[in-house]
Design a protein. Structure first.
Length: 348
C-alpha cells in the first residue's frame, strides 16, 4: 500500500491535468509488464510500439525505463508544468532538470551504491537528460503521436467529467470514486499496490493525472516540493483499438516529405494524425494548430474524399477513407524510407 496523508490546504488545491510525457513513460512500463502479447485494447498498438523500438535506433535511450527499479527518482518523469502541456514543453522541462535536483533525489532511492543506469545523470546530467529527451521525442513521434488526437479527445472528456464532479460534489466525492484500487479515508489517500510506503503532504497541491496507458497501474510522485501527483486509469482506452490503423514506422533518416509537397504541410500533418480517428479539438491540440485551421484542412480533405466524418455519442470523429490511407502510405518521405504496419480495421 502507498498511503498519502493530505492536509486541508493540499486537498483544497486538488487539480486535474493531462501529461503526454507520463503517457509516454507509462506506455513503456506497460510493454515492460507484458513481455508477451499485451491485452486488448492495447494489442495492436503494442505490436507497433515494439517494432518502433526494434527498428528506430533513435529510440534506444528510452530502454532505460525497462531497467528502472520499482521506485525510481521522480526526475525521470517530472510533474507536468501546466494543466495541458505539449510533449515538447514537458521534454523541455526534462532537459532542463537542475543538477541539484538529481543530487537531492538520488540518495533517497539509492543511499548506498548507485546502479549503472543512473550514473550518467549524476556524472553528466546535461548530456544524460538531453539524450533521454531525444529518445523520448523519437519514440513519441513514431509510437504515440499517431494515436494522440483520439487519446487526447478521450482524456479531455475524462478531465471534464472529473472537473464537474469536483465542482458539484467536492474533493471527497471525487477521490472516493477515482479508481477501484484508490481508497479515500480522509485524510489518507491509499493506492493499493505491492509497495509499502507512507508520505505526508503539507501545504502542497494534489495533481491527478488520468492515463490511457495506465491499464490499472497506479503511480505517485512525491519528490516535488509543491506538488503530489497521482496517476490513475482514464476511461476511453478503447480508442487505441478503434478505426483504420495503417501506421508507418519512419526510418532513422527521413527524406523529402512528398505528401506535404502534394497537399501542403498542414493537410499532410492532419492526414498522418488521422491514422487514428480524432476530433477537431484533439487534432488541434496534437498538432499545435488553431481549431479553425484544422477545420479548414478537414473541410478540404472531406471534399476530396480522403477523410470521413462520423458522430460517436457527443463526439464527432474524423478518420481516413481508403484513399486517405493510400495517400499516407504511398506518398510519404520516400517510398523506401517507411515500412507500414497494418493492424485490423474496425468499424466505428
Amino acid at each position: 500500500m502507498i498511503r498519502i496523508e493530505l492536509d486541508e490546504p493540499t486537498l483544497a488545491r486538488t487539480r486535474i491535468a493531462v501529461s503526454p510525457l507520463w503517457e509516454t513513460v507509462n506506455s513503456l512500463y506497460l510493454l515492460r509488464r507484458n513481455p508477451g502479447e499485451v491485452p486488448w485494447p492495447y494489442t495492436g498498438w503494442a505490436r507497433h510500439a515494439r517494432r518502433v523500438l526494434a527498428e528506430l535506433p533513435r529510440t534506444e535511450p528510452v530502454r532505460l525505463y525497462f531497467v528502472t527499479d520499482a521506485r525510481s527518482p521522480d526526475f525521470l518523469s517530472p510533474v507536468p508544468p501546466t494543466a495541458n502541456p505539449t510533449i515538447a514543453e514537458e521534454l523541455a522541462v526534462l532537459r532542463a532538470t537542475p543538477p541539484e535536483v538529481v543530487a537531492e533525489q538520488l540518495p533517497r532511492y539509492h543511499p548506498a551504491e548507485l546502479p549503472p543506469w543512473l550514473r550518467p545523470f549524476r556524472d553528466d546530467p546535461e548530456e544524460a537528460f538531453g539524450r533521454l529527451a531525444a529518445g523520448l521525442a523519437a519514440y513519441w513521434d513514431a509510437a504515440i503521436a499517431p494515436w494522440w488526437p483520439a487519446m487526447r479527445a478521450a482524456l479531455d472528456e475524462e478531465v471534464l467529467h472529473r472537473a464537474r464532479a469536483l465542482a458539484a460534489d467536492g474533493v471527497d466525492a471525487l477521490l472516493a470514486d477515482l479508481h477501484e484500487r484508490v481508497r479515500w479515508e480522509k485524510p489518507v489517500l491509499t493506492l493499493v499496490k505491492p509497495a509499502d510506503q507512507s508520505f505526508r503532504a503539507v501545504d502542497q497541491r494534489l495533481l491527478l493525472l488520468p492515463l490511457i496507458f495506465s491499464r490499472g497501474a497506479l503511480a505517485c510522485s512525491t519528490d516535488h516540493p509543491e506538488v503530489v501527483a497521482v496517476s490513475y486509469q482514464a476511461r476511453g482506452a478503447a480508442v487505441l483499438a478503434d478505426g483504420a490503423t495503417t501506421v508507418p514506422v519512419p526510418s532513422a533518416d527521413e527524406g523529402t516529405d512528398r505528401l506535404a509537397i502534394l497537399v501542403g504541410r498542414g493537410r499532410a500533418n492532419v492526414l498522418r494524425a488521422l491514422a487514428r480517428p480524432a476530433t477537431t479539438a484533439g487534432l488541434a491540440a496534437a498538432l499545435g494548430l488553431a481549431p479553425s485551421t484544422v477545420s479548414e484542412h478537414l473541410a478540404a480533405l472531406l471534399a476530396a474524399g480522403v477523410v470521413n466524418r462520423r458522430r460517436i455519442g457527443r463526439r464527432v470523429l474524423y478518420g481516413l477513407e481508403p484513399a486517405g490511407v493510400a495517400l499516407v502510405t504511398l506518398v510519404g518521405p520516400s517510398p523506401v524510407d517507411h515500412e507500414v504496419v497494418t493492424a485490423t480495421r474496425r468499424a466505428i
